[in-house]
Design a protein around this ligand. Structure first.
Ligand code: SF4
Length: 318
């Protein structure tokens, strides 16, 4: 065993992850990024050898759902691997320091790694009334996000709220909530991973893309990576053939529901949603809402609380 291989082995055992689990993770990242399968070894090498980029994770108007998504990932080791691959220098929910010490952690990271840290933003940023609706240590979220993001290597807006304001921006949007692209205009690179919450597989794949290719993934006009948001969810859905054949669930628990027919008439918003939810899935890749028998609520779509509600009302068909 050469030194590199011995080092890998040691890091993996430290994380309690077997080589088999790790290669499975590398394979998952390769597939999520739609790279040829032979890239898996390169991805694995990059994950274990690339320098650990410092990360500042900011939370504003949010429910902590994306942090929960990170910590509750059931794919073996995604959370451990991400937390090992990254140097999570500042995350108010996860960090050990509290109170004034958190301020020190943030200012030290900003001073030590100018232009070298990744900012992850979770939650929307209130802009009404000079941003007073979200204050942290006496500062507005707006002033913090502008300062931190403007000197970052890159910013990742995780979850629907950080993308376009999400729930807090639903009408009448009393706090003037915005996503990062609205609050910090012109920010680049800015990668947005909407979803309520975002799937941690897509966060891991975004970072893996950077560590492997030395570049951030290509994004669409609203900042979403094509690998995760380039296809209509409806086209990838396992119930699609039932849709085409006109076999619809008409009441919860009816024969069509028991047979796994299409949920369109029960309000499924899959035709209005671009996301890789049906292929990446949740719970160790085993399930996603439609597979569990509930329609897609369009949580990765823009203004989804205003556009996709009521969730159980049928979309107008085209
Ligand atoms: S269940 Fe939803 S996403 Fe799936 S085929 Fe029917 S309408 Fe499309």
């Amino acid at each position: 065993m050469n030194q590199d291989a011995a080092d890998y082995q040691e890091r993996l055992s430290h994380l309690g992850i077997s080589r088999r689990q790790f290669m499975r993770f590398a394979g998952l990242m390769t597939a999520t990024l739609a790279l040829p399968s032979q890239y898996a070894a390169r991805v694995a090498h990059a994950l274990l050898t690339a320098p650990r980029p410092p990360v500042i994770w900011l939370e504003f108007q949010d429910c902590t759902g994306d942090t929960e998504s990170l910590l509750r990932s059931s794919q073996p080791g995604i959370d451990e691997l991400l937390l090992d691959v990254l140097s999570l220098d500042y995350h108010e929910t996860l960090m050990a320091p509290a109170g004034a010490d958190t301020e020190v952690s943030l200012s030290q990271t900003l001073a030590r790694y100018p232009g070298q840290y990744i900012t992850v933003v979770e939650g929307s940023i209130p802009t009404a009334n000079n941003g007073i609706h979200c204050m942290i240590r006496g500062r507005t979220a707006l002033s913090i996000v502008r300062e931190v993001c403007s000197n970052a290597l890159a910013t990742i807006a995780i979850g629907n709220c950080a993308w376009d304001g999400g729930l807090a921006a639903a009408a009448p949007n009393p706090t003037g909530a915005m996503g990062v692209r609205g609050a910090v205009p012109g920010l680049s690179p800015l990668i947005s991973l909407p979803g309520c919450p975002a799937n941690v597989v897509n966060l891991a794949a975004t970072i893996t893309h950077y560590l492997t290719q030395g570049a951030w993934p290509d994004v669409d006009s609203s900042g979403r990576p094509y690998f995760a948001y380039g296809e209509e969810l409806h086209d990838e859905c396992e119930r699609h053939d039932h849709y085409e054949a006109g076999r619809f669930v008409l009441a919860w628990g009816d024969e069509g529901h028991r047979q796994g027919w299409c949920l369109f008439r029960m309000g499924c918003k899959g035709k209005e949603t671009d996301h890789n939810c049906p292929t990446v899935r949740w719970n160790d890749g085993t399930c996603w809402p439609v597979a569990a028998g509930h329609g897609c609520v369009g949580c990765a779509s823009g203004s989804f609380w205003d556009r996709m509600t009521p969730f159980y009302a049928e979309l107008e068909d085209d």
